[in-house]
Design a protein around this ligand. Structure first.
Ligand SMILES: Nc1ncnc2c1ncn2[C@@H]1O[C@H](COP(=O)(O)OP(=O)(O)OP(=O)(O)O)[C@@H](O)[C@H]1O
Length: 301
C-alpha cells in the first residue's frame, strides 16, 4: 500500500456502553475500502471521527495528509464528500434544489453539470421538498450532493440503504466512474456482500470497536474455503493439522467438513494425505467475518 487517505493512530473513544479502539488503521489513497461489521460495531462512529464531529479521547486522526484540527476543518472538508447513514431532518422543509444551492455556495469545487448528471444518472430529482422525497429518492439525491464538488475522499455510510436493485446498479456504476480518477478514495460501510465484491479493493473487519483484520479483497476471498473430505479408517488423518485450520464438523465417521483460511496450502497438504477431497466451497464474506469473530471470541460458538 502506498499513501494513506486516512490514518488513525492509537485512537480510543469511550462511551457508556461502547468502547472504540484503541486502534490503528490506515486507509489507502486511490482505492475503495469497505468497512464490514455487525450492527453497533462502530462504523458510523468511525465516519463521525473522520468528519471531525466526534473527538476521540485518545490518539489522533489524519485525513488527506492533515491531522484533524478540531477548531478549523473548513478547508479540509472542501475535499470530502460525506453520505451519512441517516438523512438530515433539520432541513426537511427545503427543496432539493435549495439544498444544492447551499452546497454550490459552500464548496469551491462544486460543478453544476456534474450535479445535474448525477441527479439524472441516479434517476432522482431535486424539485421536491426533502420531506416529500421517498427514502431511495432522497438517498440518491444525497449521494449526488456528496459527489458534485468532486471530493478527493468519499465517505459512504451504508450508501445503498433503501435503494431498489436498479438504483443499486446505477450507484455502483457512478462509483466506478468516480474511481477512474486515481486521486480518489472511497471509504464505505456496508452490510451488502455484493457491494463489497463489486466495489472494494480492501476490506476492514470492524467488530465491537476493534479492527479484526484488513485485507486485499481478492486475496481474502480466495484464501477462505470449506472442504468436504473423506478419510478412510486408519489413515491417521488429523484434520486440525490442515494449514489455516479454523473449525470442522465430522458429518459422519470419516467425513469431515472443514473450514480453513489458507486454501492453496491446505489443498497442497491434502494431496499428501490419504484422503479424498469430495468438494470445495468458497466461503462467503459474512462467513469469513463470523470466523474472525469466533477467533476473537466476539461470537459464541
Ligand atoms: N450518540 C451516541 N451516544 C452514545 N452511544 C452511541 C451514540 N451513537 C452510537 N452509540 C453507540 O456506539 C456504538 C457504535 O455505534 P455505531 O452507530 O457506530 O455502529 P455501526 O457499526 O454504525 O452500526 P449499524 O451497522 O447498526 O449502523 C453502539 O453501541 C451505539 O449504541
Amino acid at each position: 500500500m502506498g499513501e494513506h487517505a486516512i490514518a488513525l493512530n492509537s485512537v480510543k473513544l469511550v462511551r457508556d456502553h461502547f468502547t472504540f479502539g484503541p486502534l490503528d488503521l490506515e486507509i489507502p489513497k486511490g482505492y475503495v475500502t469497505a468497512i464490514v461489521g455487525p450492527n453497533g460495531s462502530g462504523k458510523s462512529t468511525l465516519f463521525r471521527m473522520i468528519m471531525n464531529t466526534i473527538k476521540p479521547q485518545q490518539g489522533n486522526v489524519h485525513v488527506l495528509g492533515e491531522q484533524l484540527d478540531y477548531d478549523n476543518d473548513d478547508e479540509l472538508k472542501q475535499n470530502i464528500g460525506y453520505l451519512q447513514e441517516e438523512a438530515t431532518t433539520f432541513d426537511y422543509f427545503l427543496k432539493g434544489s435549495d439544498k444544492a444551492a447551499f452546497h454550490a455556495k459552500w464548496f469551491r469545487g462544486w460543478n453544476n453539470d456534474t450535479y445535474q448528471r448525477l441527479i439524472s444518472n441516479l434517476t432522482t430529482r431535486d424539485d421536491l421538498q426533502l420531506k416529500k422525497m421517498s427514502k431511495g429518492m432522497r438517498r440518491k439525491f444525497d449521494l449526488s450532493l456528496a459527489m458534485a464538488h468532486h471530493p478527493k475522499l468519499l465517505l459512504l455510510d451504508e450508501p445503498s440503504s433503501g435503494l431498489d436493485p436498479l438504483a443499486w446498479k446505477m450507484m455502483i456504476e457512478v462509483l466506478h466512474q468516480y474511481m477512474e480518477n486515481e486521486d480518489h478514495t472511497v471509504l464505505m460501510a456496508t452490510h451488502i456482500v455484493d457491494e463489497v465484491k463489486r466495489l472494494a479493493d480492501y476490506i476492514v473487519f470492524l467488530v465491537d470497536g476493534q479492527v479484526l483484520g484488513m485485507y486485499e479483497k481478492d486475496e481474502l476471498l480466495q484464501s477462505w474455503s470449506m472442504y468436504f473430505v473423506e478419510a478412510s479408517a486408519g489413515s491417521g488423518f488429523d484434520v486440525r493439522q490442515m494449514p489455516g485450520y479454523c473449525e470442522h464438523k465430522e458429518v459422519s465417521t470419516g467425513f469431515y467438513e472443514v473450514i480453513c483460511s489458507k486454501s492453496l496450502e491446505a489443498e497442497r497438504w491434502l494431496e499428501t494425505q490419504v484422503v479424498t477431497m469430495r468438494s470445495k466451497q468458497i466461503l462467503e464474506l459474512d462467513e469469513i467475518l463470523l470466523q474472525h469473530m469466533k477467533k476473537a471470541r466476539l461470537y459464541a460458538k
